[in-house]
Write a protein that binds this ligand. Structure first.
Ligand code: HEC
Ligand code: HEC
Length: 344
């Protein structure tokens, strides 16, 4: 799978066939998730035929995984920072600008590389001093819909998030005064600031944060074969991928946390890889975001599955949805991995 960053910023609405799904209310989604328990039992009893057709379970999963309307006007943004093309354009420039780091060597894109679904391919992000431990760099995909940011959920909005890497002594180690001074004399930027913020077109912390947050909101994964499948085209996935999907929503028990079109509930859970609870990551772009987990401790999807199957039901610190023993045959693992990659 190749990830074409240019396709991300094309605000492609879903095909008309999905119109009915766009109006999914939170109540129907909750009801659909409640039906999981029932479905889980029925899927477990039918896992022998894992390569069977999926149309029998699709109606409910269509609601759970339905893509929202991702056209520009429908991308969620706070009232204080309405989304405009001018802000996105300025934000993209700033995201790639090394003048935002204290020693001018790093931009946001240094760690959030568009060729890696905005991750860096490293176990943990590279600290400026070469030794401080940082977390694994998460992808920046579909974050306009995210409820909290960072592995521990400490930032509540994209606007608020920007100051953390800028001020962090091991990430960009800069200050807002320094940045404002450096950017003020740049005439190309000046024009972009005027377009984005007509009334107060200065490179202030607030404007820079608003523009970068706007750019991040435009980073939306284009509809994949999985989205087409959810939209009703059951031929969009191979039989093996469909078998993996059935395991994902059934026997393997992944969907309570990896739910919704972003494949995350945005909540913190104990999954047995650290003492602290960690935010469920998206499963979009997995082929490009290895290594995995908050500390980058698992190198491949197959290692992630080995982690889930090795969890002890007696481990009392695990989230309740992980306290059931899970064993998968090698055929089932292959199907589940094929499905996870097809989500894109
Ligand atoms: C040194 C590498 C590095 C740089 C530079 C960097 N980041 Fe990050 N970014 C990370 C790491 C590591 C995390 C996870 C940290 C954590 O959760 O504690 C992260 C997390 C994030 C998140 C949260 C994503 C989520 O799903 O919760 C956003 C948004 C983000 N960065 C945006 C930015 C922006 C904007 C910039 C530039 C102003 C930037 N980053 C610069 C490494 C970096
Ligand atoms: C109780 C909630 C929960 C359940 C159930 C769950 N996950 Fe996760 N998943 C998480 C959390 C939280 C993390 C991050 C853990 C960490 O970083 O230490 C994660 C991480 C992952 C990752 C790594 C993604 C990345 O970018 O780092 C993959 C892949 C994954 N899960 C797949 C699955 C599969 C497949 C299943 C079913 C077998 C499953 N998960 C079940 C919550 C859950």
């Amino acid at each position: 799978m190749t990830f074409n960053p240019n396709r991300i910023t094309s605000y492609q609405p879903m095909p008309n066939s999905c119109d009915a799904l766009r109006t999914t209310s939170p109540i129907t989604t909750t009801m659909a998730i409640l039906l999981l328990a029932i479905l889980f039992v029925s899927t477990v009893t039918s896992t022998r035929a894992i390569a069977g057709p999926a149309d029998d379970i699709l109606p409910i999963w269509r609601e759970v995984f339905a893509r929202p309307d991702t056209s520009l006007a429908k991308i969620p943004a706070p009232n204080s920072n309405p989304l405009t093309r001018a802000k996105i354009q300025l934000g993209e420039k700033l995201f790639n600008d090394t003048r935002l780091s204290g020693n001018r060597t790093r931009s946001c894109a240094t760690c959030h590389d568009s060729n890696h679904a905005f991750t860096d391919g490293r176990r943990q992000a590279a600290p400026l001093d070469g030794k401080t431990k940082l977390a694994n760099t998460p992808p920046l995909l579909n974050l306009a819909w995210a409820k909290r940011l960072f592995w521990d959920g400490r930032a509540k909005s994209l606007e608020e998030q920007v100051r953390f890497p800028i001020e962090h002594s091991q990430e960009m180690a800069s200050s807002w005064d320094k940045i404002a001074k450096r950017l003020t004399s740049d005439s190309t930027l000046e024009e972009l600031f005027r377009g984005a913020f007509p009334t107060a077109s200065i490179p202030s912390r607030e404007n820079i944060s608003s523009a970068i947050a706007s750019y991040e909101r435009s980073l939306i994964t284009p509809p994949s074969r999985f989205d087409k499948f959810v939209g009703g085209d059951i031929d969009a996935l191979t039989q093996k991928e469909i078998a993996g999907f059935k395991l994902f929503v059934g026997k393997a028990g992944c969907v309570p946390c990896h739910s919704g079109w972003r494949l995350t509930d945005d909540r913190l859970h104990h999954t047995g890889r650290s003492r602290d609870a960690v935010k469920t990551p998206t499963l979009r772009g997995l082929a490009l975001t290895a290594p995995y987990m908050h500390n980058g401790s698992l190198a491949s999807i197959s290692e992630v599955l080995a982690h889930y199957t090795a969890l002890s039901p007696n481990n009392r610190s695990l989230s309740t949805n992980l306290t059931r023993p899970l064993s998968l045959t090698s055929e089932e693992k292959i199907a589940l991995i094929a499905f996870l990659i097809s989500i894109e």
